[in-house]
Design a protein around this ligand. Structure first.
Ligand code: BGC
Length: 361
C-alpha cells in the first residue's frame, strides 16, 4: 500500500514536470488587453489571436479588468509559460516592473495602442495617430457649430479620458489644437473646468479615471446642476463612445436637452455599435473609427518580424520616431490612420467595410 502510494506520487510528480515543460513550450505570444468594459478591446483581443494563429504562433489573450495588478499577474504568467513576445495594452504605469522582467528574460514587448510610459525596457509601439483622433473631434465641433462664422457665443463642456492613459493627453491636445483659437477669441466659452492643454493642472478635473462611464455620467449630472445650469450647451467634447453615451444619458434627463434636436454636439471615438446607432439616430454627432482589424494585423506583422529578427515593414502604418516619449526614451512607433465617422458616412465606413452587419444595427 505504502509502496503504491509512493509510486503514485512519483508518477504524479513526473507527469507534473512533463506537463510543466509542455506548458513552457506551449506559448509564443502573450496578448495582454487592458479591460472589457470598453467594447473594442474584446475585438482587439480576438483579432490579435486570430492573426497570430494564422501565422502559426501559439498565442493566448487575457483582459486586465482595468486593474494593473491583475494584468501584471497575467503578464507574469505569460512569461512563465515561455512566451517570447508580449503585446501589451496597458492600464497604467504600474506595468513598468513586469516590462523590465520581460526584458530581463529576453522577452520582446510591443506596446499596443497605449504607450507604456516610464519605461525604457522595450522598443516598439503600435497605435493609431492619437493626436489626429483628437483633431477629428475638434474639427467636427468646429464645423457643426460653424465656429469660423459664428455670430453668437457658443458653449462647450470638456471631458477627457483616463489621466493614467497617455492617449488621453493626445486626444485632448489634438482636439484643443482646433478649438483653442475659438476659446481665445471668445467665440467659444468653456463651461466648467477649462484646461487648454493636457499638461494644465486643471486637466485632472476633466479627466475620467479608467475611462469609467459612471464617473462621466455623474460629472455631467453635477455640471448640469452647477456651472451649466444657466446656459444651453452647444457641444460636449467627449473622448470616446463609452463616455459619450454616458454623457448623452445624463443630458437627456435635463429638460433643456430632452429631445434629439435639443442635444448638444457630442463627440466620440471607437465606432462602438451603440454609438453608431446613436449617430444614425442623431443623438451622438460623430465618432472616430480605429479599425481594430488593421491594428491587430499590423501588430502581428510587427511581432512576426521581430520574432524572426527581421527589419519590420508594416503596410498601412507610418513610422514615427519622434512623438512618443516614455519619459526615459523615445519609442519607435507605427501609426495607423483613424477615420472620422458621422451620419453622412457611417454606412460606408462601418457597414460596407464589414465591421458591422446591417443586422447588427
Ligand atoms: C483607446 C481608446 C479607448 C480608450 C478606453 C484608449 O487608450 O485608444 O480607443 O476608447 O482607451 O478603453
Amino acid at each position: 500500500m505504502k509502496k503504491l502510494l509512493i509510486l503514485s506520487i512519483v508518477l504524479l510528480l513526473a507527469a507534473g514536470t512533463v506537463f510543466g515543460q509542455g506548458q513552457r513550450a506551449a506559448l509564443d505570444i502573450g496578448l495582454a488587453m487592458p479591460e472589457t468594459h470598453v467594447e473594442r478591446w474584446q475585438r482587439d483581443g480576438a483579432d490579435l489571436l486570430a492573426f497570430a494563429e494564422a501565422k502559426g504562433y501559439r498565442a493566448e489573450v487575457t483582459y486586465g479588468d482595468a486593474d494593473q495588478g491583475v494584468q501584471n499577474r497575467q503578464i507574469q504568467d505569460f512569461i512563465t509559460k515561455g512566451a517570447k513576445l508580449l503585446i501589451v495594452g496597458s492600464i497604467n504605469e504600474g506595468v513598468v516592473p513586469v516590462v523590465s522582467d520581460a526584458q530581463d528574460d529576453g522577452v520582446i514587448v510591443i506596446a499596443y495602442d497605449r504607450l507604456i510610459t516610464g519605461s525604457d525596457a522595450y522598443d516598439y509601439y503600435i497605435t493609431f495617430d492619437n493626436f489626429k483622433v483628437g483633431q477629428f473631434q475638434g474639427t467636427a465641433i468646429e464645423e457643426a457649430l460653424d465656429l469660423p462664422n459664428a455670430d453668437s457665443k457658443k458653449y462647450i463642456t470638456l471631458f477627457a479620458g483616463s489621466p493614467t492613459d497617455n492617449n488621453a493627453n493626445f486626444f485632448f491636445d489634438g482636439a484643443m489644437s482646433v478649438l483653442r483659437p475659438y476659446v481665445e477669441s471668445g467665440v467659444l466659452e468653456i463651461v466648467g473646468p477649462a484646461p487648454l492643454v493636457s499638461s494644465s493642472p486643471n486637466f485632472t478635473r476633466i479627466a475620467t479615471e479608467n475611462w469609467r462611464a459612471d464617473l462621466a455620467k455623474t460629472r455631467m449630472e453635477n455640471l448640469l446642476n452647477s456651472d451649466a445650469q444657466n446656459v444651453v450647451l452647444d457641444a460636449v467634447l467627449a473622448p470616446n463612445d463609452t463616455l459619450a453615451r454616458a454623457i448623452i444619458e445624463a443630458l437627456a434627463t435635463d429638460a433643456k436637452y430632452d429631445t434629439v434636436d435639443k442635444l448638444p454636439v457630442v463627440t466620440g471615438q471607437d465606432g462602438e455599435l451603440a454609438s453608431i446607432q446613436f449617430i444614425r439616430d442623431g443623438r451622438q454627432y460623430m465618432t472616430v473609427f480605429k479599425d481594430t482589424r488593421s491594428l491587430a494585423e499590423a501588430a502581428i506583422d510587427l511581432a512576426d518580424a521581430l520574432m524572426k529578427g527581421e527589419a519590420p515593414t508594416i503596410s498601412g502604418a507610418r513610422l514615427d520616431t519622434e512623438t512618443y516619449d516614455t519619459g526615459l526614451k523615445v519609442i519607435k512607433s507605427y501609426l495607423l490612420e483613424p477615420v472620422i465617422v458621422t451620419r453622412d458616412n457611417f454606412q460606408e465606413v462601418m457597414i460596407d467595410s464589414g465591421y458591422y452587419s446591417e443586422a447588427d444595427l
